[in-house]
Design a binder for this molecule. Structure first.
Ligand SMILES: [Zn+2]
Length: 279
């Protein structure tokens, strides 16, 4: 019985949905259809389109990782433009340092955060932004008491179960039920473009029941589906519904930054989420 349940979750975790690019205040953005229908939440996933960052970060880079003052100024201008497009308060924007950990911070004031890879909050009007270039962006929304968590899951975070930890952290802090949570898994590298070594595959296979079936074997190599692995952890944690974006960041470098496809010299797209007061 348990085996059948795990098999069903894994089939559900594989499902990808096509998200249309939409214009928001002159900026092309992606929205999860599932999260877009949630009252009390504003969210978006960005692409590389819309800003003025220079090569090799063209055009809408949100990272401040590149060693030039100009690129950092452009990234700050792009972050500000993103907030404006979504009618969010840039002065309250929370952006953590990201270090491929499984650490989660609970934010109770807009503040500069230490190095964490997930930020949760139940504060309204406090946007949270994390940035990515192939790694998996995840937004988790708890509908009943209203809390949001933005997660950065690369292979290490995925292997360490960062999204399952985030669900547990929200449940514990708010005494909330995972079934009242919904989650969106944004554009990230697909199993079409992500061969890994045996050691990485072994760690990912141990991240959830049935995870090994989300690692494809081809040409004698192993190709994990990182988006599906995170979706599986969310579903396995009891999250009510999960919406996974079909875009592969390495296949679509016209739309996204890809660490793999660029050899590491590239910008960062973002996932942003903000709770709104219910009127
Ligand atoms: Zn691909």
């Amino acid at each position: 019985m348990k085996k059948i349940a795990s098999h069903l979750l894994e089939e559900k975790a594989r499902i990808k949905n096509d998200w249309p690019l939409r214009d928001a205040g002159g900026l092309p953005l992606l929205f999860s259809p599932l999260l877009a229908g949630m009252p009390g939440l504003t969210h978006a996933f960005t692409t590389r389109l819309g800003g003025q960052s220079l090569e090799p970060l063209q055009w809408f880079n949100l990272g401040r990782h590149w060693p030039s003052e100009q690129s950092r100024r452009d990234a700050t201008a792009n972050r500000s433009r993103l907030c404006r497009a979504l009618s969010l308060d840039f002065s309250r924007l929370v952006v953590p340092g990201q270090v491929h950990s499984t650490r989660i911070a609970w934010v109770s004031e807009p503040e500069s955060l230490p190095d964490v890879d997930a930020v949760a909050s139940s504060l309204t009007d406090t946007p949270i932004l994390l940035h990515y270039a192939d790694c998996v962006p995840v937004i988790i929304f708890e509908q009943k008491t209203a809390a949001v968590c933005v997660v950065h899951a690369g292979w290490r975070g995925t292997a360490g179960g960062i999204v399952a930890r985030a669900v547990r952290a929200i449940s514990a802090t708010l005494d909330a039920e995972p079934e009242n949570m919904v989650a969106a898994v944004g554009p990230a590298i697909g199993d079409c473009c992500y061969p890994v070594g045996e050691d990485v595959a072994r760690e990912l296979a141990a991240s959830a029941g049935g995870a090994e079936r989300l690692i494809r074997r081809g040409d004698g190599r192993l190709f994990p589906d990182l988006k599906a692995l995170n979706a599986l952890q969310l579903l396995d944690s009891g999250v009510g519904a999960v919406d996974v974006c079909s875009f592969c960041t390495a296949c679509r470098t016209d739309l996204f930054y890809s660490h793999r496809a660029s050899g590491g010299k590239t910008g960062r797209q973002g996932a942003i989420a903000c709770l709104r007061p219910l009127i």
